[in-house]
Design a protein around this ligand. Sequence first.
Ligand code: ATP
Ligand code: MG
Length: 408
Amino acid sequence: MRQSKLFTKTLKHLPKDEASSNAQLLLKGGYIDKLMAGVYSILPLGWAVVNRLEAIIRSELNSIGAQEVFLPALQPKELWSTTGRWETMKDILYTVQQADQEYTLGSTHEEVVVPLMQKFVHSYKDLPVAVYQFQTKFRRELRPKSGILRGREFLMKDQYSFHVSVEDLNRYYDMMKQVYQRIFQQVGLGDVTHLTFASGGAFSKYSHEYQTVTPAGEDTIYICQQCQLAINREIKADTPVCPQCQGQEFIEQRAIEVGNIFKLMAKFTEPFNFMVAGADGKPQPVIMGCYGIGIGRMLGTIVEIHHDAHGIIWPEAVSPYTFHLLNLHNDSVQADQVYTTLQLAGHTVLFDDRAVSAGIKFADADLLGLPIRLVVSPKTQGKIEYRRRVNDTTALVGLDELVKRHVQ
Ligand code: ATP
Ligand code: MG
């Protein structure tokens, strides 16, 4: 991508009405734009990151046989009345009235996915089955804050699994823990994300959160110093010892809940009377689990974890481009050759071909945070200055060597 053609521009100043680092850097870099409180546009650079996050997640979920769908955001009141949530969630739901019909914009999708699966799944032989989607959710968050970490309209990966037995749900739930661990590792959050006991008393075995430790987090967790399992604030009072290893030493940390997993059991299948024929031919209730990851929140969290005073430092696996090529020559002969060669070798390159000062190019490269900065200038004498965004050391390399070093 030629930066001169990118319609977005970096901002000169940090936006005043945003306190969190992730919102400041993403806005300043032109990754996102704010429409109103809690509602953001995702711009080409930001969308490239979202696409990479989704590709990582999609590949992991497809590998365990989960099937991708895209469910409606516009949902009729009747389904929400069936589960009782038209009333219990009325403070959160955005509703739409059209003639004498009422609708809600999906804040979550159990009310859609249960009746959907009920149309197709009739026998225990059809189970287990799991579906997932990447979708926009709408919630009337009272105080949207921290940029895209808590929005009123936001992207989520939600996933629903259906089972005939608790044993099978437990098996799937444990498998999802492994899948989530792999996902968090790949997006650069693995080392700072803790599996967290989510709620008090008997319910704790039904739900876990994935909490990423950062001062920007709005949650407080307690991390067991023996096994690294965490407990969230709501249950810490009743749980003096670690439920996993009986450890007694905890460290208190701020954290962001990037994902969570729930054993919903019959909470939503029962109101819809979702039953299947069992092996003996008799009707048997279906139970379910659900598994969420906030995609926008994950994007913001990666920025919170991976940045410095100058800008973002993308982990390579989620970066919008691998290389940021800065041309400081008066002509573009050498830079064009580097740009074309890298692209032919299968790499993604953002090519700063703009007629702006070297200072602006360097500052923007730090702000945008692509993993590898390449500079060609009269000073590099036919070679290329190579610098990784994570450290300051530069080296001069030839084009052949560069391509060899980065074999796809
Ligand atoms: P929270 O506790 O942060 O309010 P939640 O427990 O209600 O979130 P779920 O409804 O289970 O979350 O949604 C699954 C995931 O979606 C969360 O783990 C989080 O990553 C993301 N998410 C939830 N609410 C928001 C929001 N308002 N803005 C951005 N992402 C969100
Ligand atoms: Mg939560």
